[in-house]
Ligand binder design. Structure first.
Ligand SMILES: NC(=O)c1ccc[n+]([C@@H]2O[C@H](COP(=O)([O-])OP(=O)(O)OC[C@H]3O[C@@H](n4cnc5c(N)ncnc54)[C@H](O)[C@@H]3O)[C@@H](O)[C@H]2O)c1
Length: 278
């Protein structure tokens, strides 16, 4: 596999290690894999030896994640799909089984947000956020579980958020959806632990992805944008900077790997200290 240092790809990050075979022999499905946290996770998982089904609604990102992974000697396939559709979720799991012969790890990562108090949020937006952030985790898991139950093993990782633990002003639909993801995770951990399946979630703090930064800068002057980004970075109270997507991906990697074989029902905060202080 190409080393991190010699990678020709522009979105290489120094925090992306060369891989030590921690997921050797495993097959992973990652949703929202073409951008941000999911993209970093797909790339990291592949470097660690996993074969990766990269699922995303959007494929017009260059280089597309599967192309990027294959350019580094990894094994990946891209599946363009909307994870709010039950049929699409069934198809992404079927693709993993057909192409790579199994499914060990499912990362339900696709997600988005909309700002607004309840009175400012349309029913359409509310339903859209619940669909993308919560229902997709239900549908993805529902598709993967029969295979994992038959094998008697598997790891499911849901991307929640620190905003599933902390309330944030004018972010009602997002906070509600992420809190539900955390309790879905814990409920599933109880139900499937006896069958050898671990279910955990990740709670990232503010992370420097295009979606997050675009949301913060929207409608602001350059000066206001700088101040707003500093305030968001400071909200990760202890480290006082934004996370890089790769730092969140390492948390996912741990939960996916056999090193986390006794970890289930956990909401892992990778948040620079955001949740340690009021
Ligand atoms: N960036 C942050 O600060 C932050 C903090 C906490 C939690 N999160 C969570 O992390 C996850 C990833 O966020 P990100 O910041 O990397 O965002 P991102 O927008 O960079 O990546 C999300 C990806 O999901 C895809 N996606 C969206 N809806 C989809 C659908 N219906 N079907 C298939 N794919 C779909 C998008 O096309 C995109 O590629 C989300 O669940 C988000 O809520 C992000």
């Amino acid at each position: 596999m190409t080393s991190a240092a010699s990678s020709p790809n522009i979105d290489e990050h120094p925090m992306m290690g060369p891989g030590r075979g921690r997921l050797e022999g495993k097959v992973a499905v990652i949703t929202g894999a073409n951008s941000g946290i999911g993209r970093a996770a797909a790339r990291q998982f592949a470097r660690e030896g996993a074969k990766v089904v990269c699922v995303d609604l959007v494929e017009v990102v260059a280089p597309r994640i599967d192309v990027l992974i294959e350019s580094e000697g990894g094994d990946a396939v891209f599946f363009q799909a909307d994870v709010t559709s039950s049929e699409s979720c069934q198809a992404m799991v079927a693709l993993a089984l057909e192409r790579f012969g199994g499914l060990d790890v499912l990362v339900n990562n696709a997600g988005t947000g909309v700002f607004g108090r309840v009175d400012e949020t349309s029913l359409e937006d509310w339903n859209r956020i619940i669909d993308i952030n919560l229902n997709s985790a239900f549908l993805g898991s529902k598709a993967a579980l029969p295979h994992m139950m038959e094998k008697g093993r598997g790891s499911i990782i849901n991307t929640a958020s620190t905003f599933g633990l902390l309330a944030f002003s004018r972010y009602a639909a997002y906070c509600a959806s992420k809190a539900a993801v955390i309790l879905l995770t814990r409920s599933m951990a109880i139900d499937y632990g006896p069958m050898g399946i671990r279910v955990n979630c990740l709670c990232p703090g503010a992370t420097a992805t295009d979606r997050m930064i675009g949301g913060v800068l929207r409608g602001k002057s350059p000066e206001e944008g700088v101040a707003a980004l500093k305030a968001v970075a400071d909200s990760n109270h202890a480290l006082k900077r934004l996370a890089n997507p790769e730092e969140i991906a390492y948390g996912m990697l741990f939960l996916a790997s056999d090193e986390a074989s006794f970890v289930t029902g956990h909401a892992l905060c990778v948040d620079g200290g955001q949740t340690i202080k009021a």
